[in-house]
Write a protein that binds this ligand. Structure first.
Ligand SMILES: [Zn+2]
Length: 444
């Protein structure tokens, strides 16, 4: 049993791995993890270590395909709830940021916060100047790091600067005076917290600059150039539909291939192709390459529509509800039966008490009857508790079903989410030779 404490959680995971645990009990699934990916990983992990998961709000038939599907919806629901709460927090923070004030957290290296505003921290700022100047002078990351270390500069954790810490610092516009919050394409967005209606906040010349804008821009273009030179095939693994996508024509699996257009722009194209279409593999299949961005966004759209459709469907609501409440109804029926049995026994004692002439026996029967009545009272309280649980589940389900439909961006906020949702819901995707017809076969 564990609750909010993540260290306990990690301990639990470790002992589950050693197969020391048979059963894990959580109040609600969202205690396991707020994040869809984490929850699914945890569930899979426990299952593979032969550990049974009991969650108060879990479906009671998670071993069946139908139960698994409903659990997916529940997990998704938890995640979207967390995301919406987080998005409210971000909105509030954005309003603070728009006034040019800092929004909690620690100032980046080289800066400090006083009274919700950034100021240069002269004990660290020289390291920032050294970094930018070094890169602008054409030095490598390695030699800049060496220089920093030799000059006695360390990160705030007392460690040497690393490639990634250096890169993050060199990209931070705060150093040339621009106050920026919730950066477009920044970390927050990757954290899947940001929704499309929350804009980035940017105020130029708001912070006293550590370096000037011209130097900052020069470093950015050097870094952009290096990035393109060093990592030509960075997105090679970045195909969401790999493993799910099949060619309808020949039945073969289609895989992602990226190509770079010739010419000065060197635009990159991502495609899915049927290997048999390629001459090298016989060229027996007519299915053409299909643009990956197009196909992925089409699949996301269709998937969003069907999840929303499922959630709008009231019969689905009843199905989920009956799944969730089945154990409660069972317990309630059992308790009711005991209450009924006690009724009979109380009656029996009372009539015995009335019919016996012996005063001592009368007292004893009456005592017995009131003792049983007390037990009965307790059972009735328990029934009332279950009734409120049933009502709560009902409210939660109606919240979830028939609520505001999800947008594609909400459902697929990150590649990681997208991969997971596709894995949860989709059995396979088939496309025909023209690429016009996309057929999604759902897991059932
Ligand atoms: Zn084919």
């Amino acid at each position: 049993m564990f609750s909010e404490n993540r260290t306990e959680y990690l301990k639990m995971i470790a002992s589950a791995e050693r197969m020391e645990i048979d059963v894990v009990v959580v109040m609600k699934l969202d205690r396991l993890a707020r994040d869809l990916a984490d929850a699914a990983t945890a569930i899979k992990f426990l299952k593979s270590n032969r550990c049974t998961l009991l969650a108060g709000d879990d479906v009671n038939n998670a071993d069946t395909a139908e139960g698994e599907f409903m659990r997916s919806i529940l997990l998704a629901q938890n995640q979207f709830h967390a995301r919406r709460v987080a998005s409210d927090v971000i909105k509030t923070d954005c309003n603070i940021a728009k006034q040019g004030k800092t929004v909690g957290g620690v100032a980046p290296y080289g800066l400090k916060t006083v009274d919700r505003h950034y100021y240069i921290d002269e004990s660290e700022a020289p390291a920032i100047r050294l970094m930018f100047q070094g890169i602008a002078d054409g030095k490598s990351y390695q030699s800049v790091i060496k220089e920093l270390t030799e000059s006695g500069y360390r990160t705030r954790n007392g460690e040497m600067f690393s490639y990634s810490s250096l890169n993050a610092l060199l990209r931070n516009e705060k150093y040339c005076g621009t106050y920026i919050y919730n950066r477009e394409g920044g970390k927050k967005k990757k954290d899947r917290v940001l929704l499309e209606h929350v804009d980035e906040v940017r105020i130029d010349e708001h912070i006293e600059p550590i370096i000037d804008k011209a130097l900052f821009d020069r470093v950015q273009s050097i870094l952009d150039k290096r990035k393109n030179e060093c990592r030509p095939h960075m997105d090679a693994s970045n195909y969401l539909l790999t493993g799910k996508l099949f060619c309808k024509e020949c039945g073969g699996p289609m895989s992602g291939v990226s190509s770079t257009a010739s010419g000065r722009g060197k635009r990159k194209y991502r495609n899915y192709c049927c290997p048999k279409h390629h001459k090298r593999y016989g060229g027996t299949c007519l299915t053409k390459n299909i643009n990956a961005d197009y196909l992925e966004s089409a699949v996301k759209f269709i998937l969003t529509e069907s999840v929303n459709g499922y959630l709008q469907d009231t019969s689905a609501a009843e199905q989920i509800l009956s799944c969730l409440n089945a154990p409660l109804h069972k317990e309630r029926a059992e308790l009711s039966r005991r209450v009924f049995d006690l009724d009979g026994q109380i009656d029996k004692f009372l009539s015995r008490a009335a019919s016996t002439p012996n005063a001592i026996l009368t007292q004893r029967y009456e005592d017995k009857a009131s003792e049983y009545a007390k037990t009965q009272e307790k059972l009735k309280e328990k029934i009332a508790e279950i009734d409120s649980q049933i009502a709560a589940t009902k409210a939660m389900t109606s919240d979830m079903v028939g609520g505001k439909p999800f947008t594609v961006e909400e459902l697929f906020a990150s590649d990681e989410d997208a991969r997971l949702l596709i894995d949860l819901f989709v059995e396979r995707i088939e496309i025909d030779e023209t690429g016009d017809e996309i057929q999604i076969i759902f897991r059932q």
